[in-house]
Design a protein around this ligand. Sequence first.
Ligand SMILES: [Zn+2]
Length: 207
Amino acid sequence: MNDRASTTVVVCHDCDLVQRCDRLAIGQRAQCVRCGAMLHRGAGMGLQARCALVLAGLLVFCLANGFPLVSMSAQGSRTATTLFGAALALWRQDMQPVAVLVVGTAMLIPLLELLVLGYLMFPLLWDRVPLGFDRILRLLHYLQPWGMAEVFLMGVLVALVKLAHLADIVIGAGLWAFGALILLLALNASQFDSRELWACYRTLKTD
Ligand SMILES: [Zn+2]
């Protein structure tokens, strides 16, 4: 599959020159022959490895949501909360817009992003064309800017630092998993190569 999809036609974003670009190896970069702008960068990972990254992301997502983020003890009582529990608490304290933002940007969008990546890449691994490939790829393009799990994590860390002198805080497995999820999402995004997927898709469609 990769041999058939070794060359693709690309358009330079800077000068609109249409040119052919070979499949690049790890660390290689393709530059425009006319203006020198960077056209494409070698993804560094094969499709199989990227599918494994998606699976790892989904697994870590389950851990991040299944285990408490933090547990706090103050004045003899201890409470622990998960990510969804934190959003629910915000909702109950009349902060519904914040609760919706937390659920949307830290839970739903990252999950949807991983599911969409899996939906696009797993069938190609077995030389199958995913249904609605172009529409789903476009959906991923719109989804990615809305995933803000790292902003949520930063907020949690700031809150923990501020609360540290008021309560005894223990960081839960959920927060460690959430940190790992952010790293995996970033790795998934950096290794995502829409050009290669398009090349695979076109090859399978013409067969
Ligand atoms: Zn150019």
